[in-house]
Design a protein around this ligand. Structure first.
Ligand SMILES: Nc1ncnc2c1ncn2[C@@H]1O[C@H](COP(=O)(O)OP(=O)(O)OP(=O)(O)O)[C@@H](O)[C@H]1O
Length: 514
């Protein structure tokens, strides 16, 4: 069904699970893109950016949900029928063709409908009285003009006859872009198009792509894991993690008002702390009470645990301890326009940028304007799993068994002499396979590089520094995630064993079997 819309692309409740996979690569994705917008999908490797792009292009079908183009559902339309072109990181140019033929390739195949005319130039009608239509190839002259124009846009006029192999990486990428825009798509999808270029060339091409976007006036949907690239080029950034959208906003909004610690950590440099809301518009972190922005304060309860984000450029340094809190300068690096300091407040580190030159080892006062203290809801402090009770009256979750006193789940129950679980009237309770909810607080989990220390093993997939500790996510081969806090610095991708303090596991019955 078609409906009036200002949006060129809409994704509504889109989910994608690949065949032979047990998790969603993209989960509940909702996005509206305006005509002419430059939208960037930003997130770490594996977060679902390419999958989303491929669904828009039509190379993958969503498992559920709908994709609308100008208000029309295109979920089942094949890629070549969508007015959308894609530029990939690997340029996918035909090495045996020259520049002209690479760009003209699609145009030469294209057939356009034309009305049939008789020798006097009148329209020929079919038996229903409608103009008769035939399909014919584009004129050579038209192709020539379109190719020249595309080469002009990518700033490679005069390169028509050059073999592809004689072009630099940056030039090849421009040809790939020219090939995509020569078809005059309504939307251009760009999947890490600058990923294979060196830093200098990347920076140049970022500005050129932005200029091309302006000149062409078409919608760009761009994929990158480089936050600086996203901040430089986009009108709108969609920050993704683990198949989910974390935040949608313009670059400044995302940088200044990150919605959670993942976004704050991923975009720009920042110090992140666990804080507690206190009375009288205050928030306590780093062992001191700071004035909070009253607007933020109203969103939280007194005593609520929160994440507090401080950007390095927002810390005001003063000599002689005239701030909200004192710290000692541990290191100083000159960064061209300013110095970057690591200041220690007890065991916590704070990153500070300042144009002032200060000696290492001295005590400084630190303060932050209330509007620059970003206070965010703490997403989780516990892990949650679906599990069940095994026939040996253990509990199983995350593909591991744990001893657990299951009598605590059934009031007044006990085990009889036959090792059966019975209620207060002696009736047997059939607990085997009963479904349970399991909560494992972060504090209950430790990790170790001794892989024999636990039957649960996994790889570290994320590590966020929170001032005096790291928030770490370990993912098992079965795609179970364990989030925990650790004082120690680990390496991403490290394989570790996950040790759970059983006494801290909380279990409740779900009702029903697994
Ligand atoms: N064809 C496939 N079959 C099964 N799983 C897949 C397939 N393609 C991607 N995945 C999985 O889906 C998830 C999302 O992958 P996707 O390529 O969309 O992420 P990405 O954010 O684009 O990552 P990158 O930046 O590394 O390209 C990953 O866990 C990936 O392993």
């Amino acid at each position: 069904m078609e409906k009036e819309t200002n949006y060129i692309i809409e994704l509504n409740n889109v989910f994608k699970m690949y065949e032979n996979s047990e998790f969603y690569a993209v989960e509940n994705f909702n996005l509206k893109v305006k005509k002419g917008e430059f939208v960037t999908f930003l997130g770490p490797s594996g977060c679902g950016k390419t999958t989303t792009l491929r669904m828009i292009a039509g190379f993958e079908l969503p498992t559920s949900g709908e994709i609308l183009l100008n208000g029309r559902d295109i979920s089942l339309l094949p890629p070549h029928k969508r007015p959308i072109n894609t530029v990939f990181q690997r340029y996918a140019l035909f090495q045996h063709l020259n520049v002209y033929d690479n760009i003209a390739f699609g145009l030469k195949l294209k057939k356009i409908p034309c009305e049939v005319l008789d020798k006097d130039g009148n329209k020929v009608l079919d038996k229903n009285g409608n103009p008769k239509i035939k399909y014919k190839h584009l004129d050579k002259q038209v192709i020539h003009e379109k190719v020249s124009n595309a080469l002009k846009i990518v700033d490679l006029e005069g390169f028509e006859k050059r073999p592809i192999s004689t072009l630099s990486g940056g030039q090849q990428q421009r040809i790939a872009i020219a090939r995509a825009i020569v078809n005059e798509p309504e939307i251009l999808l760009l999947d890490e198009p600058l990923g294979a270029l060196d830093l200098k060339m990347r920076k140049e091409m970022q500005l050129e792509l932005k200029a091309m976007h302006k000149q062409l006036g078409i919608t760009f949907i761009y994929v990158t894991h480089d936050q600086e690239e996203a901040l430089t080029m986009s009108d709108t950034i969609v920050v993704m993690n683990d198949g989910n959208i974390q935040q949608i906003g313009d670059p400044k909004g995302i940088y200044d008002e990150p919605i959670n610690s993942f976004v704050a950590d991923f975009i720009g440099e920042s110090s992140i702390y666990t804080g507690t809301m206190a009375k009288d518009n205050k928030v306590r972190f780093l062992g001191a009470y700071f004035d909070a922005d009253p607007v933020d304060f109203g969103k939280f309860q007194v005593n609520e645990k929160v994440d507090v984000v401080i950007r390095p450029e927002d810390v005001i340094l003063s000599e002689g301890g005239k701030g909200t809190i004192d710290g000692v300068i541990a290191s100083r690096i000159f960064k061209g326009m300013h110095y970057e300091y690591i200041v220690m407040i007890g065991k916590n580190e704070l990153i500070v940028q300042s144009t002032k030159y200060l000696e290492e080892g001295i005590t400084v006062g630190l303060s932050v304007d209330p509007v620059n203290i970003q206070i965010m809801k703490k997403p989780y402090t516990s892990n949650f799993y679906d599990g069940f009770i095994t026939k040996n009256h253990q509990i199983e979750f995350a593909n591991a068994d744990f001893d657990f006193d299951i009598t605590s789940l059934f009031p007044n129950s006990s085990f009889n002499e036959n090792d059966e679980l019975v209620d207060e009237n002696g009736r047997v309770i059939h607990y085997e396979n009963m479904a349970i909810n399991v909560e494992v607080p972060f504090e209950a989990i430790q990790i170790s590089d001794d892989l024999d220390a636990s039957e649960i093993k996994g790889n570290i997939i994320s590590m966020i520094y929170l001032g005096d500790h790291y928030e770490i996510i370990v993912r098992t081969p079965e795609e179970e995630d364990f989030m925990l806090n650790s004082e120690w610095l680990w390496n991403e991708e490290d394989t570790v064993s996950v040790i759970i303090d059983k006494s801290q596991i909380k279990v409740s019955l779900k009702g029903g079997n697994k």
